[in-house]
Design a binder for this molecule. Structure first.
Ligand code: SAH
Length: 404
């Protein structure tokens, strides 16, 4: 079934999928390119340490997403016409995979070099079950059909597996039997959630969710703490490298046990909770409501009493803290690719923590935000890049800033 060879480093879908910009490049070369890119982007701002790569850069994605479709053509021809050129499959075949870059044509994928292998197997087997359960795939053009996407999350250490079935309408016929049949093949599945997305949108997940099997989330361990992860919460997709990244971030903060720490853009609370053993108190802020709900449960689960969570925009929240003249010693910030904003950064400057530890998934916005902080009284240490996303162009980096 697995159409790829690790030895030749070749992915049969590379041209049509487009998800991995570095396909076909030896891993050492990928690391060198990322190193050069970070160096170039941060030139004149800070020194860049050698990137930390992975020993085994395959199948690291603990979250796997597949869009479902049926090959049109012949009797199934629609206004969009024949798609079999992209999928490589005959008309009427149910396919699942990714959208071909820049289109809504589905490239059928059986196995991916960077995705968890078990997750890929589950997706293939869901594809195989659909016909006998008379479950149709959703048609984006007409709005007919049911199954739009499948999202799988797997706990790296716990092995717990969540299957999210994204449907165009709320009812999955014979849902209990479907779960039973799926769990018969993959007993490792610990929870199954139905997510309803009835909008004509490119967003994968809709608002409404129903758990049809298990507890509705998975748990995993990260740096010795247990975290629960819901379908919509952000969770780093490469667990091995996340532990490296967080280790470096916490080391860079130089905590002694007396500090008031902010964990901004905290997701399900990971960085702040891991730092909480070495801090007096941690104040965490996150915009996504589900992630905050997970974070609160996570603090309880790990019996952490010195962390508080706020569901808010990080920029607005920091402005309020600055107005209250809160005493803050260390700020961890881990914004999305767009980086932070002026409300946030100017409030950091007002709060004047000794240290700011910036965890970034985009060197361009990192460079922009570092320049702002350097202009307003901060000195940057070296950047530590970590390769969280082998075979793709993305790179993560940490920079610690100290108040002059
Ligand atoms: N530190 C976490 C999450 C990092 S990803 C971890 O390592 O797992 C960035 C997070 O920022 C996401 O959880 C996203 O929901 C959140 N976010 C995006 N914009 C935000 C904003 N304006 N204010 C607060 N949080 C935001």
């Amino acid at each position: 079934m697995v159409e790829q060879s690790k030895k030749t480093n070749a992915c049969p879908y590379a041209k049509r999928c487009g998800g991995c910009e570095y396909q076909g490049k030896p891993y050492e070369e990928q690391l060198k390119e990322k190193q050069d890119y970070v160096r170039k982007t941060l030139q004149g701002i800070c020194e860049v340490r050698p990137i930390i790569g992975m020993e085994n850069p395959y199948h690291y994605r603990n979250k796997v997403h597949a869009v479902f479709d049926i090959v049109k053509g012949g009797k199934h021809t629609t206004q969009r016409g024949v798609k079999s050129k992209v999928s490589g499959a005959a008309p009427g075949t149910i396919i699942s995979g990714v959208y071909k870059a820049g289109t809504h044509d589905v490239v059928n994928i059986d196995a991916c070099m960077i995705e968890d292998e078990k997750a890929d197997a589950i997706i293939r087997d869901i594809r195989g079950l659909l016909r006998s359960f008379k479950i149709k795939t959703y048609d984006e053009d007409t709005g007919y059909g049911l199954l739009r996407h499948v999202l799988i999350r797997k706990g790296h250490y716990s092995g717990e597996i969540m299957v999210v079935l994204v449907l165009g309408s709320p009812i999955l016929p014979s849902k209990n039997n479907f779960v039973k049949a799926l769990r018969k093949i993959h007993p490792e599945i610990t929870t199954v959630v139905i997510n309803v997305n009835d909008k004509r949108t490119s967003m994968v997940l809709g608002e409404k969710e129903t758990t049809i099997y298990g507890k509705g989330f998975i748990e995993d361990t990260l740096c010795g703490k247990v975290f629960r992860i819901s379908p919509k919460s952000f969770y780093q997709i490469n667990t091995v490298q996340t532990e490296v990244l967080y280790g470096k971030a916490i080391e860079a903060a130089g905590l002694t046990g007396n500090e008031t720490v902010i964990d901004a853009y905290c997701g399900i609370g990971t960085i702040g909770m891991i730092a909480s053993d070495k801090a007096k108190e941690v104040i965490s802020v996150e915009l996504n409501r589900d992630a905050v709900r997970d974070a609160i449960a996570n603090a309880k689960r790990n019996q952490i009493k010195n962390v508080q969570f706020y569901n808010a925009d990080a920029g607005k929240f920091m402005v309020e803290l600055a107005e209250q003249k809160k005493k803050v010693d260390v700020v961890f910030m881990d914004p999305p690719r767009a980086g932070s904003d002026e409300a946030f950064l100017s409030s950091v400057v007002k709060l004047a923590p000794k240290k700011v530890v910036y965890v970034s998934c985009n060197p361009e916005t990192l460079a922009r935000d570092l320049k702002y902080l350097m202009k307003h009284g901060y000195e940057t240490g070296a950047c530590q890049p970590v390769d969280m996303f082998p075979f793709t162009k993305h790179v993560e980096g940490i920079v610690a800033l100290t108040r002059k």
